[in-house]
Design a protein around this ligand. Structure first.
Ligand code: ADP
Ligand code: MG
Length: 335
């Protein structure tokens, strides 16, 4: 069945029936507004992200279930990057009338699956017809402890720079998908990223970290945001970058910019953060508590600018920093 036959209101009715009751939700889908309450004494963190067919995803290799999961994951990652706990989500969709209802059902199943995994309630949204492609807009509200929300500013000279997980896998996965590969660790990382929600909340609450961001545009681009906002510089060491076995092979294969994927590949959705050396012991608890690797990859410096050093101490020439929507495939290196 096509969406045109089902109609907007039947879709919303079906959707509302799939959403379980949740704490903090007084009124969910079905009225003019959702009515919610946050835990008393918390501050509210709000974030929104759009995903456009042809820009953010390619339906020739993206299945609807993982697209639904990813649409929510990228927003959860933003809440995680400030140390918040996500609570409520709004989902707005522009849908081509020719879309198959089954496709949309799979998309919603993926979205609600991710929501359940992170205890997030879908409380509303908007649905309209699209004259072009499929457009997804998600807004997430989360809560944080006042004074414990971690911002991009706050990095200090002498702080270590850390990253969770491994780098460059999602960008490798995207390259593989474009070449026709449909399986593998990188492909899965690209289509179904895991937001580091519990890690982010723990680091903010307990580890005395000074700045944090999630890696959506690439390590160097996102580290650049921390450095700019903190008015500091930084040094990253190539031989400390956490690389999966697949990425180690890519790097070993060489080429004119062997570290392009881990340095500038986007959409890893790992957490990048800085902290004084006194925080190191607590930071490494993340491995024991959540099974997530945390690696120190460099150091904050007082001199502005971002330097990447090879194992021999030589400076690695930066060809590109990451993704910029208005100049894709940028070769610009700032500062
Ligand atoms: P209104 O015309 O007052 O904006 P709508 O008909 O757009 O109301 O929406 C009716 C209800 O369905 C609202 O509670 C809205 O939040 C919810 N809703 C609409 N589209 C979605 C969606 N894609 N996901 C979740 N909830 C939705
Ligand atoms: Mg509406």
């Amino acid at each position: 069945m096509k969406l045109a036959e089902l109609g907007e209101f039947s879709f919303i009715d079906r959707l509302a029936r799939q959403v379980p009751p949740a704490s903090g939700v007084v009124t969910g889908i079905g009225d003019d507004c959702a009515v919610t309450g946050m835990t008393s004494g918390t501050v509210t963190l709000t974030t929104t992200d759009m995903l456009l067919e042809g820009i953010h995803f390619d339906l020739s290799f993206t299945d609807p279930h993982r697209l639904g999961r990813k649409s929510l994951a990228v927003n959860l990652s933003d809440v995680a990057a400030m140390g918040g706990v996500p609570r409520f989500a709004l989902l707005s969709l522009a849908l081509p009338a020719s879309m198959e209802v089954e496709f949309l059902d799979c998309f919603m199943a993926g979205f609600l699956d991710q929501a359940r995994q992170f205890d997030v309630a879908l409380i509303g949204g908007d649905t309209c017809a699209s004259a072009g492609g499929f457009v997804i807009s998600v807004t997430v509200m989360g809560e944080g402890v006042p004074g414990k929300v971690v911002r991009r500013r706050g990095a200090r000279p002498g702080d270590a720079i850390y990253v969770t997980g491994t780098l460059g896998d999602s960008a490798l996965g995207l390259e593989q998908l474009r070449r026709g590969v449909r399986q593998g660790e990188g492909v899965n990382r690209h289509l179904d990223p895991l937001p580091r929600v519990r890690e982010g909340a723990f680091l903010a609450a307990s580890a005395g970290i000074s700045a944090m961001i999630d890696i959506s545009d690439g390590l160097l681009a996102d580290l650049g945001h921390i450095l700019d906002q903190s008015v500091v510089g930084g040094v990253v060491e190539l031989n400390r970058l956490p690389l999966s076995p697949e990425l180690q092979q890519v790097v070993a294969a060489g080429g004119d910019d062997p570290y392009a994927l881990p340095l500038a590949g986007g959409e890893d959705y790992e957490l990048l953060f800085t902290a004084p050396l006194s925080s190191a012991t607590v930071i490494h608890e993340v491995m024991r508590l959540f099974g997530t690797k945390v690696t120190a990859i460099g150091e904050i410096a007082s001199q502005p600018g971002l330097t990447v050093k090879g194992g021999d101490g030589a400076i690695y020439p930066l060809k590109r920093r990451g993704y910029d929507h208005f100049s894709p495939c940028i070769v610009r290196v700032k500062g």
